[in-house]
Design a protein around this ligand. Sequence first.
Ligand code: MN3
Length: 203
Amino acid sequence: MSFLLPALPYSYGALAGRGMCQETLELHHGKHHQAYVSALNALVEKNEALQGKALEQLITLSHGRPDLAPVFNNAGQHWNHSFFWQSLAAEQGGIVPAALARKLDADFGGVDEFKAQFKAAALGQFGSGWAWLILAKNGRLEVTKTPNAGTPLATGEGRPLLVLDVWEHAYYVDFRNRRPDFTDNFLNRLANYEFAAANLQSA
Ligand code: MN3
C-alpha cells in the first residue's frame, strides 16, 4: 500500500482573493507535496522494514537516524503539508472562535500577543521550516518552530493545532521575499482557527 496525495479541502482557486493564488496552490500541492509523497513511496518500496507502517510511525522511527534521513524528510513533509492544507480556511479565514480566544488569552495574554509570538517564530526560522501553534505537554498553548521537515510529532513537545509553511515555495509567487507579509496574511486572513479549535477540543 502506498501513500497518496490528499485532495485539497478546497479548490486550487479558492484562496486567490486572500493572498494565495491558484498558481501557488497548483505548484505547492500538485508538484511539491506530490514529490514528497512519490519519494516516500519509493523509499518504502526499497526497505522492507518500513513497509506496512503508518505515516506517524515512519516519522518517529526515522527521527534522529542519519541512515533514514531521506525517509524522515519525505514523511515529515507529507504529514506537515497535509496538516497545512487543513490549517487554511476554505472561506472565511482569520476568525478566532470564542473558546480558542479564551485559551489564547489565558496562555499568551491575548490573541494579538499570540499572533506576535507566532510571527516571531515564522520570521525566526532561518531558512526553510514551519511555525506551529501546539498544545504543550503542560496543557498550555505554545508557539514553536521546526526546521526543514521537522514536526512536533517527532520531537514530542506537544500536539499540533495549526501550522504555517515558511519554506520559500509557500510564498514566493504571492509575496516574493516578504515572509513577514505572508505571515500576517496567514494570521489575519487565511488561518483556519476553527481547525485549531477542533484539534484543541479533541486533544
Ligand atoms: Mn511546502
